[in-house]
Design a binder for this molecule. Structure first.
Ligand SMILES: Cc1cc2nc3c(=O)[nH]c(=O)nc-3n(C[C@H](O)[C@H](O)[C@H](O)COP(=O)(O)O)c2cc1C
Ligand SMILES: CCCCC(=O)C(=O)O
Length: 355
């Protein structure tokens, strides 16, 4: 765990309202998946190269036609106005200042056009299949028109997962926040129903969204190789391996365990990305060595936003990017292409209490 992530989390705990904090922190069910996510990355050990020229480490990459300065992306997370009055606009500014790609949530709490204006850097838009298809179609087209360069269709949320630690508290102001983007053509009370999850969505939606917008569509929330192949066969331009931060089905395989299987199945056809429990440069290096082209950060960005607004988000992304460059150098990998599978090995029993 990066010391900065810890410090920003501690600060967020001080400044956030108790309902917002519970909503952000909580996971589904008994929270086994949420709790396991971080530790799963430490089941791998590095196999560094020696006497390699690592004086200059280059973290840049091309991802689905976009040139990026860092493989750290902002994951789509809902309702940033709960964390900071400037909401997603502040997140967008912080990500752009760090040269990091923002994935804007379908549940953004500010109009996506306002966020797009603040996003001086590249951004993608995340889509939920909604009961009223006019809502997800309208959002996808508006995002394309506002400058999003890809869509991320979240596939693991036919229903919202039950989170015992926060469901009873509710999310303050949720109707208004949902209506900001989804309910422009509806009354606020009707907007929430129309924008509700549509549990009948299938992989047909991948090609439909691609045809509607002309944008590449990634599928997020994939944890199996065969399911990744099914999505790519249906037209997916990329896969995001994810447990949704342990907020959907509890007791699923950790992202760190699912990633190699998904990379083996589709990694030669499309870029595979991953999120879940990534909290340090070493975690990110491990994910990249296991075949991820880039990684996404969820809760750490929310803590950074609550702790310091746009400047906090920038500090988080800059610090983790710098941390990644440092451990890449020590591992003998001066470019992302040099971060290959031979750099890691899985160990069966990590030492539980190192002395
Ligand atoms: C408070 C919160 C809200 C989220 N909202 C969304 C969302 O709107 N859409 C989505 O696809 N994923 C959402 N996610 C999941 C994240 O995109 C991501 O998969 C997860 O947070 C990564 O794990 P991490 O928090 O350990 O970094 C949310 C996660 C959290 C914690
Ligand atoms: C309707 C889903 C709310 C956002 C979300 O995905 C989450 O809280 O995990």
């Amino acid at each position: 765990m990066s010391a900065l992530v810890d410090a920003q989390h501690a600060r967020a705990r001080e400044v956030l309202g108790s309902e917002a904090l519970a909503y952000y922190e909580s996971g589904a069910g008994a929270e086994l998946t949420r709790r396991e996510a971080e530790a799963a990355w430490s089941h791998y050990r590095l196999r560094p190269r020696v006497l390699t020229d690592v004086a200059a480490v280059d973290l840049s990459l091309d991802l689905l036609g976009t040139h990026l300065a860092t493989p750290l992306l902002v994951a789509p997370t809902a309702y940033h106005r709960l964390a900071h009055p400037d909401g997603e606009v502040a997140t967008a500014r912080g990500a752009a200042a760090a040269g990091a790609l923002l994935t804007l949530s379908a549940r953004a709490s500010q109009p996506l056009e306002s966020v797009a204006q603040a996003a001086a850097g590249p951004w993608w838009f995340q889509v939920y299949a909604t009961r009223d298809p006019a809502v997800h179609r309208g959002l996808a087209v508006r995002a394309r028109d506002a400058g999003a360069t890809a869509l991320v269709l979240t596939g693991d949320t036919p229903f919202v997962g039950r989170k015992p630690l926060s469901d009873s508290l509710g999310i303050p102001g949720i109707e208004d926040m949902v209506a900001v983007n989804s309910g422009a053509h509806l009354r606020p009370d009707a907007a929430t129903d129309a924008a509700d999850q549509w549990p009948s969505a299938t992989t047909d939606l991948v090609a439909e969204l691609a045809a509607l917008t002309g944008l590449p569509v990634l599928v997020k929330g994939v944890l199996r190789g065969d399911e990744a192949a099914r999505c790519v066969d249906a037209g997916a331009a990329g896969i995001v391996v994810s447990t949704h931060g342990g907020r959907q089905l509890d007791r699923v395989v950790p992202s760190a365990v699912a990633l190699p299987e998904v990379v083996a199945a589709v990694g030669d056809r499309v870029p595979v990305l991953v999120d879940g429990g990534l909290r340090s440069g070493l975690d990110v290096l491990t994910a990249l060595a296991l075949g991820a082209r880039a990684v996404l950060l969820g809760r750490p960005v929310l803590w950074a936003l609550a702790a310091g607004g746009a400047a906090g988000v920038r500090e988080l992304l800059d610090t983790l990017t710098d941390d990644l460059a440092h451990v890449m150098a020590l591992a003998g990998a001066p470019t992302l292409d040099a971060v290959t599978a031979d750099l890691v090995t899985r160990i069966e029993r990590p030492v539980e209490r190192p002395v």
